[in-house]
Design a protein around this ligand. Sequence first.
Ligand code: SF4
Length: 157
Amino acid sequence: MASIYYTEVDLSPYEVPNEQSLCIYISGCQQICQNCHYPDLRKTNYGEPLIDFFEKLLELYFYQATCVCFLGEGENTLQSRRELTIFAKQASKMGKKVCLYSGRDVEPENWMNVFDYVKVGSYQQFLGSLDSSSTNQVFYRKKADGIYENITYTFWL
Ligand code: SF4
């Protein structure tokens, strides 16, 4: 049974620097951020199973998107990590960069290594999101040696 569900997609140049991203909004978020910007994403199994539509979405946005950005990581179970890993590898194989937005306050975890970009950190209204220089959130880019470097500052330029 699928564990990654999505509510909608859009194209955006803002989530990942220098990329035009196919953004996929994933439901099942386990965070409880005050003034959550998208409460529907906290519902479990809300929307459509991504596995049924992912290939179609990749085909549909193939010429417009240079990157696929997963906004959320679902319920963060082994199964949801497995599914996201498969999606990321599938998109990479088609020549797309891949990015994961996690709302958890963690360092990039081993299973996230398939992603070219990883954003971590909960939304703290008084600190602001990525575009605020006081933010607690961190945006990483994977270097050629596989190490993630913090490039959050690029959102403030
Ligand atoms: S991580 Fe995003 S979706 Fe989840 S509770 Fe926080 S603001 Fe809402």
